[in-house]
Each structure stands twice: as C-alpha cells, then as structure tokens.
Design a protein around this ligand. Sequence first.
Ligand code: FES
Length: 87
Amino acid sequence: MDTKPDSQNDRRNTPARTLLKKGIQEAWCSCGYSSKQPFCDGSHRQTPFKPIKFTPDEDREVLLCMCKQTKNPPYCDGTHTSISPQV
Ligand code: FES
C-alpha cells in the first residue's frame, strides 16, 4: 500500500468533532486505513504514512480531519469541501 484509500470507500469526508484532554498524547491517522478513525491503530505500517502525534495543552473540542487532505494536520482546514467523491 503506497497510496491513501479513496474517499468513498475508506474514509469520511466530514471532520470528526472530538473532545481532547489536556496532556493526553494522541496519534492522528494520516493514512486513512485505521479502523479507529480519526486516530491511528497501526494500520499504516504497510504504507509510507506515519501518524501525527500531538498533545493538547488544554481540554477542548476540535474538528479532526477525516479526509486526510488537510494542510493543517490533525485539524480540519475545510479541504474536504473541495474533494469530489470517487465514482
Ligand atoms: S493507521 Fe493511519 S497513520 Fe496509523
């Protein structure tokens, strides 16, 4: 696997509203193969992608990217609105 899964079959094109906890390290899935979206489950191991690890500095609700095309990972930047579904 060297490409991300297509948008129609393996990932959703709407961001995941997620409550993050201060000081708890998270690993956002960048490959799109995780079954624990939006977080990494190790499925990237056969791909060139790696998870984005981050630790929130406060409790807060965020929108995490699910289309995996954001330019501000792990956060949604609205790119999903310009992605056409694959047919
Ligand atoms: S499963 Fe996607 S980055 Fe780990």
